[in-house]
Design a protein around this ligand. Structure first.
Ligand SMILES: CC(=O)N[C@H]1[C@@H](OP(=O)(O)OP(=O)(O)OC[C@H]2O[C@@H](n3ccc(=O)[nH]c3=O)[C@H](O)[C@@H]2O)O[C@H](CO)[C@@H](O)[C@@H]1O
Length: 374
């Protein structure tokens, strides 16, 4: 089967795309081509994952009907044309989009050429590209039941509520592998801090106090993923406080983790933004979390994602404008200091997980390509 995948910008769109194609490969031999943009993280991640990537140039849309959007639509015509060329050359049996601007022209071109098409929406509140594409595509896989109502009535019959796809390594990685891969201590409990695929400045700032508070502790280690752009700044600031992560014994700072599944496998508590794929990974593994939703996400969708997890008892939400070092330290101490709280949160988290989502989406995609509608 020939599969064209498009999804880009952030990890939250790229990893679902990778997960879906890997699940499709498990169902039968596949020839895969990714289409992304130079500016998106896909330009870095997709070649590293061993897949071919073609680049096109695409402009973003505002989240409403506006003249700017109509103008953008015109300039997008060139990328639709380029996508059509790529489709004619590659001859896919199916074209799948997992969100981000790049999906717009690619999926539109596929739909115009009569190729079977599918989109996957990760968030409770669907992105603008997917809301527009919903009218054209054949199938829509969604991460949350709550998102169904945001699609037009005409699109609803195409929806499959599958949950969000997570990489199979997230489930198969073991604690021992994680400890070894990240050079952690097997004796200490691990707090994993990540602001999503591009990092989070407010979490990084609050973490400066958290590191000072926990530095040298025998029971807890902090694995802090800063995002590429903030790494030097955070390491430099810690040095000013006399903390050298290389000698601290319990503080590990990384710009980005290419082995996030291993980190999740040995993580006892996560401090995360509330991106949909990060949440799907945490809940699939049953990891308790402190969530700080990104306040500028379109239509505040991260807070909706986070509250859904908090309501089930799996997370504590701190709003970005209320976040500071003291507050974060207090919540970490409260959760880590009480094993009953930690294990109740872990059970609640596990109950939310949908580790089978990728296989369900892959089956639907294969059926669609074969002309069967599931
Ligand atoms: C600012 C913004 O609008 N972010 C959006 C983006 O999130 P973003 O890409 O930041 O976050 P997600 O949590 O959804 O996904 C991140 C993915 O990157 C991986 N990862 C992250 C950091 C790292 O060092 N290594 C690594 O592998 C995670 O394991 C996960 O698979 O897409 C999500 C899914 O549409 C949305 O819910 C988010 O709101």
């Amino acid at each position: 089967m020939r599969v064209m995948m498009s999804g880009g910008g952030t990890g939250g769109h790229i990893y679902p795309a990778l997960t879906i194609v890997r699940a499709m490969e498990q169902l039968g031999p596949c020839e895969i081509l990714f289409v992304g943009t130079q500016q998106g993280l896909e330009a870095d991640i997709i070649p590293k994952e061993g897949f071919r990537l073609e680049l096109i140039s695409v402009k973003g849309f505002e989240r409403r009907l506006s003249w700017a959007n109509i103008k953008n639509l015109c300039s997008t015509a060139g990328s639709v044309w380029r996508s059509m060329q790529l489709i004619r050359e590659f001859k896919p049996d199916i074209v799948i989009g997992t969100g981000g601007y790049v999906c717009g022209p690619v999926l539109l071109a596929a739909s115009l050429l009569g190729i079977p098409t599918m989109i996957q929406e990760q968030n409770v509140i669907p992105g603008i590209t997917n809301r527009i594409l919903a009218r054209f595509v054949d199938k829509i896989a969604v991460g949350y039941q709550e998102s169904v109502r945001y699609f037009s009535p005409g699109s609803q019959k195409k929806i499959l509520v599958s949950g969000n796809p997570i990489r199979s390594e997230v489930m198969t990685a073991t604690r021992e592998e994680g400890v070894a891969a990240l050079e952690l201590s097997a004796q200490k409990r691990t707090v994993l801090i990540s602001g999503g695929s591009r990092g989070a400045r407010s979490i990084n700032q609050a973490m400066l106090s958290v590191h000072r508070h926990f530095a040298g502790r025998e029971d807890i280690q902090l694995l802090h993923v800063t995002g590429q752009s903030e790494y030097n700044n955070i390491v430099g600031n810690l040095k000013k406080y006399g903390i050298d992560e290389k000698n601290s014994g319990n503080i590990i700072i990384k710009p980005y983790l290419y082995n996030m599944p291993q980190a999740l496998a040995c993580c006892d508590l996560a401090i995360f933004r509330a991106g949909a794929i990060g949440l799907a990974e945490l809940t699939a593994r049953g990891i308790p979390a402190i969530l700080v939703p990104y306040p500028y996400a379109a239509e505040n969708h991260q807070e909706h994602n986070a509250r859904a997890v908090e309501h089930s008892g799996a997370a504590v939400v701190i709003r970005d404008n209320e976040l500071n070092g003291d507050k974060l330290i207090a919540v970490i101490e409260r959760i880590m200091g009480n094993t009953a709280v930690l294990s109740d949160m872990a059970v609640a988290s596990k109950a939310l997980g949908r580790p089978e989502a990728a296989v369900e989406i892959a089956r639907a995609a294969v059926n669609l390509a074969a002309g069967k509608h599931s």
